[in-house]
Design a protein around this ligand. Structure first.
Ligand code: ADE
Ligand code: ZN
Length: 334
């Protein structure tokens, strides 16, 4: 309908998209074949791209998804694999009307398999440069610490990424993977160093866990963004802190429903956040796994909440302002 055309034409920024989560089953199977990576034979979901997609529609939790996510990315070996992955995402994002994307990646999930950190970053950077030339799409990389692994592993990854963070080749630090049992405060030593060096910081919090994880991300990690962050209705005092500090919440509607964090899109605090002045952007998280890219997420929110055009303009303005690109680029986008 006309609102979907309006949403497509909006100058969108994406802030919450894991490059490894944009690995479509078709590319997964072709890279497995090319790189001779065996897929599990004991799980019939891996029979074909079609059976795998069908299994994705039955995720029961974040950890159920993460099981498939880490197997899936095991087919990524060479820098050209990482380049192909990111190029496919940028092309799709451009088609959805994304002008600027800040994308996560998980170095530890690759270095633990013997893939060099430099090969991952080189492949992604080649794709970023081509996306900028071909589509005018600008992008930034954000390294994520994986919280299902020991803190020391995360610290070692962070240390290896410091030269890229200092040089701006990587634009920020994030925190992802299994949330429950791994509160943000556990990673304080890593984030304290990032604060001291002036690196941008974000963390997944308030996805499966409660608002206290969001408060910990703010107080212990000094983040300027929170990923998912759908639990502020649980504590008005924390909500007020998020409003006052102008923290950007990077919401992912389809992801939250697919991973059973909420029963339906209608259970998202979209109305409450708009009315209370909580800043948020709308994102796809792991589009190859959750059945939709960014525009599908915008449309799902519109179909459920029926926002006014003026409200979408607020969402888009907050998305641009909350981005980690140069001020000059923000003015170009607006
Ligand atoms: N890694 C990729 N997607 C994620 C999600 N939704 N939550 C936590 N970690 C993730
Ligand atoms: Zn995520």
């Amino acid at each position: 309908g006309p609102m979907h055309e309006f949403l497509k034409a909006l100058p969108k920024c994406e802030h919450h998209m894991h490059l490894e989560g944009s690995l479509e089953p078709s590319l997964l199977f072709s890279l497995a074949s090319l790189n001779k990576i065996p897929l599990p034979t004991t799980d019939t979901a891996f029979t074909s791209p079609e059976t795998l997609l069908r299994r994705y529609r039955a995720f029961t939790s974040l950890d159920d998804f993460l099981h498939y996510y880490f197997i899936g990315m095991s087919v990524l070996i060479t820098s050209s694999d990482f380049e192909a992955l990111a190029t496919a995402y940028f092309e799709r994002a451009h088609a959805d009307g994304v002008l600027h994307a800040e994308v996560f990646f998980d170095p530890q999930a690759h270095t633990s398999r013997g893939v060099r950190y430099e090969d991952v970053v080189d492949g992604f950077r080649a794709a970023q440069e081509k996306a900028r030339q071909k589509w005018g799409l600008t992008s930034e990389l954000i390294v994520c610490v994986l919280r299902h692994l020991p803190v020391e592993d995360g610290m070692a990854m962070y240390r290896a990424a410091i030269p890229d963070l200092e040089a701006g080749r990587v634009k920020g630090l994030g925190l992802s993977s299994t949330e429950l049992g791994n509160p943000p405060g556990k990673y304080k030593a890593i984030f304290d160093d990032a604060v001291a060096r002036g690196f941008n910081r974000t963390a997944h919090a308030g996805e499966e866990a409660g608002v206290e994880y969001m408060a910990s991300a703010l107080h212990d990690l000094h983040v300027t963004r929170v990923d998912h962050g759908i639990k502020l209705t649980q504590d008005p005092a924390v909500l007020k802190e998020f409003v006052d500090a102008k923290i950007l919440i990077t919401m992912c509607p389809l992801s939250n429903v697919e991973l059973r964090c909420i029963p339906s899109i209608a259970d998202l605090p979209i109305r409450k956040y708009l009315d209370e002045g909580v800043r948020f952007s709308i994102n796809s998280d792991d589009p190859a796994y959750f059945g939709g890219y960014i525009l599908d997420n915008y449309c799902a929110v519109q179909d459920t909440f029926g926002l006014e055009k003026k409200e979408w303009e607020v969402v888009v303005r907050n998305s641009i302002e909350g981005s980690w690109c140069a001020e000059e680029r923000k003015r170009e986008i607006l």
